[in-house]
Ligand binder design. Structure first.
Ligand code: NDP
Length: 394
């Protein structure tokens, strides 16, 4: 039996809280803590009485996180606040020898750039503390890394190319909204694209490369090449890899809105002077846009996220597609959240479950593909994210 301390009561935090309660044979004590108590109260009220406890914390402040951990003595800390808090929370875990899990890699609030460097740099400290840190246990990163490890283990002797294909074909009826934290989402998609080929990172202009991919159960969609964090660890851990790319679908309306907002400076992360006050344009935009959590009851359609891997098996060329399809309305009926929060939150709970059960164990800081993919893939099938593998023509 384990105590789970969840930090962050946003869209993903809601799913993690609900799913931990559904797994209360593993997590017999669940605490949800966030910057403001309002969302925690809302989530608590959706669950059976006494199912979770709630608290507040400013997770930018390591001492506050240490005090919170000392209050509840958790078996694991599940960080689903924002990427800005990763380092402060990791340091609190080191100080208290508490196992750690997150779903997104560290980002500095003043620089639209994300990388594992500063989290990997804590590997020694995690080892010294005798604890495990699992990085990126969402869907992408997360399940997609596990799909790559699964392909490597069961389908290939050598993988040469990987395309990660992320499609959200959900429709929420708003002209423009983001399906997870708007600031993080817009910083990610307005950045330059990047992919890795023959040992080098190749940069592209934002949205420069597009392909139409036919997503099973969804149909053909324009898919744009973006930089995405799981590629940074996969190029280290998938041996023999020659190229890896990441594609995400965007509709024309989303792209037109984003371009206009960018052109008028609304995606800026530098403070600007407005009537004697300093405001950060993208933070103000977040205030204006629909709260991603409010999209849940309105969103219809499906997500389909997967990987296509190509390489060699016993000297013969092979290409496979591993993917997972999820229906937004089904997610809402189960945990009162849309599919993007669901497909992130469920892998976080699976990662936490495997850690507390000791099925995934180690000392130091790890990425998902470093572990045996089989128990994770089995859990996906039973926790609401069933997946498929198909052989493709080479
Ligand atoms: P939300 O913005 O909906 O929620 C974030 C929550 O964190 C809010 O409740 C917020 O509190 C809380 N928070 C923010 N700052 C602090 C702080 N200093 N201390 C304590 N709590 C804080 O985001 P999402 O739920 O959509 O996303 C959560 C995480 O999941 C993000 O890191 C995101 O990047 C990641 N993600 C990962 C994906 C994957 O597949 N790997 C996909 C989608 C998201 P308040 O309510 O007070 O603002």
């Amino acid at each position: 039996m384990a105590t789970a301390l969840i930090i962050g009561a946003g869209g993903v935090g809601r799913v993690v809280a609900h799913k931990c309660v559904m797994n209360n044979h593993i997590f017999d004590r669940i605490i949800l803590a966030s910057r403001s108590i309002g969302r925690c109260v809302e989530i608590q009220s959706e669950l059976p009485e006494g199912a979770i406890e709630i608290d507040t914390v400013d997770a930018d402040n390591t001492d506050e996180v240490i005090a919170l951990i000392q209050k509840y003595n958790p078996s694991i800390l599940i960080n689903v606040a924002l990427p800005y808090q990763d380092l402060a929370i990791m340091d609190a875990c080191i100080a208290t020898k508490t196992p750690y899990l997150d779903t997104a890699n560290y980002e500095h609030p003043d620089e639209a750039k994300f990388e594992y460097k500063l989290q990997w740099a804590r590997d020694e400290k995690f080892k010294e503390a005798g604890i495990m840190g699992l990085l990126g246990s969402g869907f992408d990163p997360g399940a997609t890394n596990v799909f790559c490890a699964y392909a490597q283990k069961h389908y290939f002797d050598e993988i040469h190319t990987i395309d990660i294909l992320d499609c959200n074909a959900g429709d929420h009826g708003y002209p423009f909204a983001t399906n997870f934290n708007p600031e993080i989402n817009l910083r990610e998609v307005s950045a330059k694209g990047r992919y890795w080929e023959n040992g080098e990172w190749i940069e592209t202009a934002p949205m420069e490369i597009m392909q139409v991919w036919d997503y099973p159960e969804v149909g053909p969609k324009d898919s744009y090449l973006l930089y995405h964090e799981e590629m940074e660890s996969l190029v280290k851990h998938i041996k023999g890899l020659k190229r890896i790319r990441f594609f995400m679908t965007f509709g024309q309306s989303y792209l037109t809105h984003m371009k206009c907002l960018e052109n008028v400076g609304m995606l800026g992360i530098e403070p600007v002077e407005h009537q004697g006050m300093k405001i950060v344009p993208i933070e103000f935009l977040k205030t204006l846009l629909p709260d991603p959590a409010s999209l849940g009851p309105r969103t219809k359609g499906k997500t389909n996220i997967g990987i296509v891997a190509e390489g060699l098996k016993e000297g013969k060329k092979r290409k496979i597609y591993i993917y997972q399809v999820k229906d937004h309305e089904e997610c809402y009926a189960e945990v009162k959240s849309q599919g993007v929060s669901y497909t992130t939150g469920v892998p976080a709970v699976i990662g936490a479950k495997l850690m507390v059960e000791g099925k995934w164990s180690g000392q130091g800081v790890f990425n998902m593909e470093q572990f045996d993919p089989d128990p994770f893939m089995d859990e996906m099938n039973t926790q609401g994210l069933p997946w498929k593998v198909i052989e493709m023509d080479v």
